[in-house]
Design a protein around this ligand. Structure first.
Ligand code: HEC
Length: 146
């Protein structure tokens, strides 16, 4: 029965969860996650090649998987994908993208049917998650004010 009464009062302290070696690890891990997440945001925001009219959510996909063959200089099928305006203008089959209309957007259709990127470029296939993002962007994109 001695314990409780004789124990020295605790010094005012940090709460338990931010003391000790475990806490240091926890803080370090948290800081690393925060730094990582904000670096993703920055990388997307800072890409100077991204045109204002294309969302940072889809630009990395287009840039990596489409732009080699669909840019201002090299327009396979007559299509330049280096901006939303150029995608709206489209190629020899008409607009590649119809704002808000996934079904009518040729670029979605060709990716869905695994026609684009061309099949010889297997390593550059659009993943299901990327296709989902492209669809969401097409759904959300506003036609430019004319
Ligand atoms: C290796 C080169 C290459 C890559 C990479 C590529 N394409 Fe193509 N794309 C072509 C060629 C070649 C055509 C023309 C096919 C034809 O006319 O039969 C074409 C045609 C198209 C067309 C139809 C244009 C029109 O009006 O006829 C669309 C839309 C398209 N591509 C979208 C994409 C998208 C989206 C990506 C990226 C996910 C992509 N392409 C990646 C070579 C490429």
């Amino acid at each position: 029965m001695t314990g409780i009464a004789t124990r020295a009062p605790r010094p005012p302290a940090w709460p338990r969860w931010c003391r000790g070696r475990r806490a240091v690890i926890r803080w370090a891990a948290t800081a690393a996650v925060v730094a990582f997440v904000s670096s993703i945001g920055r990388a997307e925001e800072r890409d100077p090649s991204r045109p204002d009219d294309v969302s940072p959510l889809v630009w990395p996909i287009i840039k990596q998987k489409c732009l080699d063959c669909h840019n201002a200089k090299k327009q396979q099928g007559g299509l330049d994908m280096s901006s939303l305006a150029a995608m709206l203008e489209g190629g020899s089959s008409g607009p590649a993208l119809v704002p808000g209309n996934v079904e009518k957007s040729l670029l979605i259709e060709l990716v869905e049917f695994d026609e684009m990127p061309p099949r010889k470029q297997r390593e550059n296939r659009v993943t299901p998650a990327e296709l989902k993002r492209l669809r969401q962007w097409v759904e959300a994109v506003k036609p430019p004010a004319s």
